[in-house]
Design a protein around this ligand. Structure first.
Ligand SMILES: CC(C)(COP(=O)(O)OP(=O)(O)OC[C@H]1O[C@@H](n2cnc3c(N)ncnc32)[C@H](O)[C@@H]1OP(=O)(O)O)[C@@H](O)C(=O)NCCC(=O)NCCS
Length: 144
């Protein structure tokens, strides 16, 4: 059984039995080319704990904090061969913005992945992405 997380932009997952850290996501937020953006630098879950939705939960929590902090987008790089990570981020709404040739020291290409948040100045309501329960209606969002 897994117990959860410290709050904030770098959530962690712990084994409830012995308190061991079993997964983490490392992120930052900052200005980049005139935009305030979030960046996911690292995501890892220990092998015996994979396939239980822990990474999804970690990334979802980090993204929620970034969105609430005013980020316009979240980016990261993933190896083109990393099917698990690409599937995970794809399910969370990330798109492949660019292919980076021989990005890693091992010579493997990367995809730059991007998650764009709705812009209020375009008439889109960012609250929709946070899950809006106005009028008792629940808007479906992974960042609830
Ligand atoms: C990638 C990683 C973080 C996934 O952790 P996890 O806790 O097992 O992920 P989740 O259980 O939240 O998986 C959510 C979804 O991601 C996808 N996914 C995750 N691992 C996958 C794999 N090995 N193969 C295919 N799809 C995978 C699936 O769509 C999965 O949903 P499903 O279980 O309903 O099929 C983990 O495998 C890991 O630590 N890998 C090594 C480090 C790494 O590659 N980090 C990412 C760098 S960009």
């Amino acid at each position: 059984m897994v117990s959860w997380f410290v709050r904030g932009i770098r959530p962690k997952a712990f084994d409830a039995k012995d308190g061991k850290c079993v997964g983490t996501v490392v992120c930052k937020m900052g200005e980049h080319r005139g935009a305030f953006r979030g960046y996911i630098a690292m995501l890892v879950v220990l092998k015996p704990y994979r396939g239980r939705g822990i990474a999804t939960e970690l990334v979802t929590r980090a993204i929620r904090v970034m969105m609430e902090s005013g980020c316009e987008e979240v980016t990261l790089e993933a190896e083109v061969t990393n099917k698990g990570a690409l599937a995970l981020y794809g399910r969370l709404g990330f798109i492949r913005a660019k292919r980076l040739y021989r990005y890693y020291l091992n010579g493997v290409d990367a995809f730059r992945l991007k998650l764009l948040f709705p812009r209020p100045d375009l008439g889109l309501d960012p609250m929709m992405m946070l899950g809006d329960e106005r009028d008792g209606q629940h808007m479906d969002s992974p960042y609830l």
